[in-house]
Design a protein around this ligand. Sequence first.
Ligand SMILES: Cc1cc2nc3c(=O)[nH]c(=O)nc-3n(C[C@H](O)[C@H](O)[C@H](O)COP(=O)(O)OP(=O)(O)OC[C@H]3O[C@@H](n4cnc5c(N)ncnc54)[C@H](O)[C@@H]3O)c2cc1C
Ligand SMILES: NC(=O)c1ccc[n+]([C@@H]2O[C@H](COP(=O)([O-])OP(=O)(O)OC[C@H]3O[C@@H](n4cnc5c(N)ncnc54)[C@H](O)[C@@H]3O)[C@@H](O)[C@H]2O)c1
Ligand code: SF4
Ligand code: FES
Length: 810
Amino acid sequence: MKKKLVLIGNGMAGVWCVEQLLKLAPHKYDITVFGSEPHPNYNRILLSSVLAGDADMKDITLNDWAWYKDNDITLYAGQTVTKLDTTAKTVTTDQGLQVSYDDVIIATGSLPFMLPLPGADKEGVIAFRDIKDCETMMETAKKYKKAVVIGGGLLGIEAARGLLNLKMEVSVVHIYKYVMERQLDETASNMLRAELEQQGMKFLLEKGTDVITGKKRVSGLRFKDGSSVEADLVVMAVGIRPNIQLAKDAGVEINRGIVVDDFLETSIPHVYSVGECAEHRGVAYGLVAPLYEQGNILAKKLAGLDAGEGYQGSVVSTKLKVSGVNVFSAGDFVEKPGTRAVRVQDDFAGVYKKVVIKDGKVIGSVLFGDTSDGSRIFSMIRSEEDVTGKEREILLGSGGATKTGIDFVAAMPNDEIVCGCNGVSKATIVQAINEKGCASVNEIKACTKASGSCGGCKPLVADLLTYTLGADGVKTVKEGICGCTTHSRDEVVAAIREMHLTTSKEVMNVMEWGNPEGCSKCRPALNYYLGMAWPVEHEEERESRFVNERNHANIQHDGTYSVVPRIYGGVTTPKELMKIAEVAEKYNVPMVKFTGGQRIDLLGIKKEDLTSVWADLDMPSGYAYGKALRTVKTCVGNTFCRFGTQDAIQMGIDMEKKFERLNTPAKVKMAVSGCPRNCAESIIKDFGVVAIDGGWELYVGGNGGVKVRSAELLVKVKTNEEVLEWNGAFLQYYRENGRFNERTSDWIERIGVQSVRDALESKEVRLALVERIEKTLSLTVDPWKEIIEQERLSQILQPLKACESIPVEK
Ligand SMILES: Cc1cc2nc3c(=O)[nH]c(=O)nc-3n(C[C@H](O)[C@H](O)[C@H](O)COP(=O)(O)OP(=O)(O)OC[C@H]3O[C@@H](n4cnc5c(N)ncnc54)[C@H](O)[C@@H]3O)c2cc1C
Ligand SMILES: NC(=O)c1ccc[n+]([C@@H]2O[C@H](COP(=O)([O-])OP(=O)(O)OC[C@H]3O[C@@H](n4cnc5c(N)ncnc54)[C@H](O)[C@@H]3O)[C@@H](O)[C@H]2O)c1
Ligand code: SF4
Ligand code: FES
C-alpha cells in the first residue's frame, strides 16, 4: 500500500521537492498538496518580469492543473491548512477538510514584512509577494500616478522598475545611505542608483518612515526627519519573515524559521520542511537555488535513497532583474581584516568588478555593468578553488591559469547546476543540445527552463552551446541593442535612415521600445547613431551622454576632474609649457602628469574651476574623456632619428588636426612611427601608421588595453595625402558600421579586416566616405571655447553646472 504524503504550501520549493520525488520513487506515495493561493504552482521570481511587462501571467506557470492530474496528485488550491496535528498525523484546512498523512512537508514560504506603522492598514498599502499583489499594482497604475516603494532591496528595486514601466512616478524610500546594501558595496550601489535615476527612479535615502498619511486611501508618507512625500500607492519591500505559525502551533521547534536537520526533518518525526520557512544551521534562505538543493535532498530521503551527507547549506548569488542593468553579487563581498580584493573599474564602460579573496580562495564578488563572469566566479566560490598567484587573472583574464569561457564549461562536472533558479545541471543542458536538437539559448530555455528566470546563467548556457556544438553549430539569435528592445544595431540604424528619425524619442516610439525611457545602454547609443546619420538635423541630446562627456572633463574617483589640453602630435613649445605651468600653479593643481598618449594631464581640478582653467589655458580640448579621437602619438621620425624614413611628427600633427573633435562609436587612438621599429606603438592603435621606404603602411584594429590586439595591415600607400584619405575613409566607415561602444579591435575581430579592405578598395567609395566625414567635421566646435564664449557673451560668470549625482558611464 502507498504511503500518504501531504505537502503544505503549493509554492516553488515544496512542489520542486515533489517533482524530484516523483522522478526517484514515482509509486511510493499518494500525494496531497494544499495551497492558499488559487493557482497551480507558478514561478514567483517572474512576478517582477510580469510587472515590468517582460512576461505574461500565463508564462509563469511552472506546473499546470494537468500536471497534478497526470501525476495523481490531489491539489487543494485556495485552501489554507490551519492545523497540523502531529500526534493524530492529520492536517485540517480553513474549509474544514481533514487529511491524514504518513509524512508531511511544511513549505509555507515567507510572509512579507509589513512595517507596523500608523496608517499601514490604509487602502493602497501593499506588499509584493504574489499574483494578487502584482495585479493590484497593475490596476492601481491605470488610475493613479504616484508610487512609493519602501525598501531599496532586490524586491523594492524590481517593484519600482515595474511601476516605472507602468508609467507611474516612483520614489524608493530606503533606510540606509545606499541601496541594496545586503548585496552590493557602496561603489556598485552608487553606480546602480545613478543608472536607475537616469531611468526616472527617485531615491529618498536615509529616511525612516514615521506615518502613512491619508484618509481611507493612502496619500503619502511622513518621515522621522519631518519631510514627506506624496503617494497613491505604497509598496512595502523591507524583507520577509519565514511563515512559521502553523508549525509553531503544532509544537515543532522554531527559531527564526522551522528548525531542520541536514535531511530537512524537523524536531518531530515525519514532519519535514523545505523552502523559505525552513531554518538550516541558523540560516533561512530567500532565494530559490538553495531551496531546490534542499528539495533534492528531501526527495532522496523520502524516496528511501542514500542522501549522502545531507544538505550542507548554500552559498548564494543574486542577480537584479532590471532590463538594461547588470548587477551580480555572491558570497561574502565585504572586505574585512584578513581579506584582500581585486577591483576593476571602468567608468567609460560603466563597469565595476570586485572579487574578495581570503586564504587563497574567492569568498565573494560584486559585479556591475558586465556580469558575464558571474557564473564562473560563483563556481569558484562554491568549489573553494585555490587561486593563489592567479588572483588578478580572475577579473583580468590572461588566458592563463584560471579557466574562462569554453575551458571553464568544459571542466565543469556534469552534475553541476548551471541554472540555480531552475535547478538545471550541465548534463541536462548538454542532453537537450545533443538529444533534443537545441541550438540556441532560447531553445534551451524552452526545453529545460534554464536561463528563463533571472537570466544570470545565460552566458554559461551560451558557452555550453559553443562547447557542445562548436561556434558554427550555434544558431545566432538576434540580440537587441539593450534590454529595452529586441531590435539590433543594424535595424535601429536602418530605421533611423529610412524613416528619417532624428530624435531618440522618435526612435523609441516608432520601434516600440519596451522601456519608453530607454536605459543607459540605448540612450547614448541612439544619440550617437542619430548624430552619425544626421549630422546636421540631429540636435545633440546632452542628457543622454555620460557624465564625462556632458562635463567635457574626466571625473576622478574623488569627484575632482582632470584637464587634458590637446597637444598635436605630442609636440609642444616652451610658451605652451609655461602657460600650462602657470595654470597648474594658479589653481593649485595637485598633480601634473604626462599621459601615455604624449599629453599633459592636470589632475585634481575642482568642478567650479573647470571653466576658468580652460579659459586661462586657451588651448583646444584634448577630448580625453570622450568617445572621440583621443591622441595621435608620434615618434621623432626622420626629423631627428637616424632610422626614420618619413616625417612622422608632421604626419601625426596633420592627422590630429584633421580629425580632432570627431565623435566615434568608441574612443580612437592613433599613432605614427617613422620606421618599422615602431617607437610610437602604432601596432596597438585603432589606426596606426608606420613609415617604410617610399611610403607608409596603415594598420587598423589594434588595442593595448585589457585585451591586447595587434593591428592588421589595411593597405600600403605612398603619399601623405593618401594617408589622410585612407584615414578619413576608415574612420567614417567605422563610424557608420561599428556598434556604439565597440572599439575598432572588437569591430574588426567581428567583421574581419578583409571586409574593411574590400569596402575601402574603391577610390570612389573612399572619397564619398571622406566627403561625409568632412561634413561632420565642419560642424564640430571646441566645447570649452563654446562654453567660455557663451559666458563672455552673457557676461554672467556662472560656475559650471555639472551633474550633481555621478551618473554611470558606458
Ligand atoms: C517578486 C519576487 C521576485 C523574486 N525574484 C527572485 C529571483 O530573481 N531569484 C531568486 O532566487 N528568488 C527570487 N525571489 C524569491 C523566491 O521567489 C522565493 O525564494 C521562493 O518563491 C520561495 O519558495 P517557497 O516555496 O519557499 O515559498 P513560496 O513560493 O512563497 O510558496 C509558499 C506557498 O505556500 C502557501 N502557503 C503558506 N501557508 C500555507 C498554508 N498554511 N496552507 C496552504 N498553503 C500555504 C503560500 O500561499 C505560497 O503559495 C523573488 C520573490 C519575489 C516575491
Ligand atoms: N533578483 C532577486 O534575486 C530577487 C528579487 C526580488 C526578491 N528577492 C528575494 O525576495 C526576498 C524579499 O526581498 P526584499 O528586497 O524585500 O528583502 P531584503 O531583506 O533583501 O531587502 C529589504 C531592504 O529594505 C531595507 N529596509 C528595511 N527596513 C526599512 C525601512 N523601514 N525603510 C526603508 N527601507 C528599509 C533594508 O535596508 C533592505 O535593503 C528576499 O529574500 C530577496 O532575496 C530576490
Ligand atoms: S620608430 Fe623608427 S624613426 Fe621613429 S624613433 Fe623609432 S627608430 Fe626612430
Ligand atoms: S540562474 Fe537564474 S535563470 Fe538561470
